[in-house]
Structure formats: structure tokens, C-alpha cells
Design a protein around this ligand. Sequence first.
Ligand SMILES: [Zn+2]
Ligand SMILES: [Zn+2]
Length: 149
Amino acid sequence: MSNHDILQGGCLCGQIRYAISPGSVFDAGWCHCRQCRQMTGSAALPFFNVMPAAFEILQGNPKRYCSSYQGWRVFCGDCGSPIWYQPAEPGGHIAVNTGTLDHPDDASVRPRFHMFDVERLPWFDADPALPRFQDNELTHPDTRKLYQP
Ligand SMILES: [Zn+2]
Ligand SMILES: [Zn+2]
């Protein structure tokens, strides 16, 4: 396994570092929900999903904020970078903020759908041809029937 196969990333100040196992990204998309906009201060959030076993904290002690009964927003307490989403459900998948990757240009994390499209800002529309979900309707691929944009 070469270093090129491993996705790594971290926060702006470099205290928090993480690694993703090769080939473990199973979903990547845009989230347009209000929470993701507030957390990042951006118009929308590109993210990707991995199972907890494929995600490793290499360095640092991130803080977390309980954003809903569903889970926590994990961030660096020093520089404030929002890094990933930790579900409350045991074994649930982790959603990593794509912009924190060292190489977010990697093809495996290219967005392939729009989440919470119902909350999308009307002036923001990246990749209009991608499938659209009005809510968080996307389940893990093992339990997914089909894309229903
Ligand atoms: Zn930091
Ligand atoms: Zn969101």
C-alpha cells in the first residue's frame, strides 16, 4: 500500500490529522442543509462517507458539538476547522468534510449527488446534472434500493 492510496487530511492549524483506508469511500456528495452551511460558513458542504473502521485519528484531540440527537460535529478547538460528522448511532458511518483532505481533488471524493436539495440556496448550483435528494434519504449502499433523485 503506497501513500498515494491513503486519503489523509486535517484541520487548518495541523493539530488534528486523520487517515482513511484505501477504497473505503462509499458515497460523496454536496450537503445543502442549514446546519452544514452554518458550521462551515459556506453555501454548501462537499462531504464523503466511510464506515468507522476505515477512519483513524492519527493525531490530536478534536472537540465535538452535539448538533442534533443524530450526532456530533467534530472540529479543532484551536483553529475551529469543522472536520467530520460523528453519528450517535453505534457503527453508523462517518461523514468527512472533503475540504479537509490533503488532496480533495482525488476522484473517489468527487460529489455524485445533492443532499437536502430542498434547502439549497437558489444561487448555488454546482453540477446541476447530479441526482437530488430533498432530505437525508440516502442510506448505506448495502441497504439501498436505487437512486431516486
Ligand atoms: Zn486546528
Ligand atoms: Zn448537511
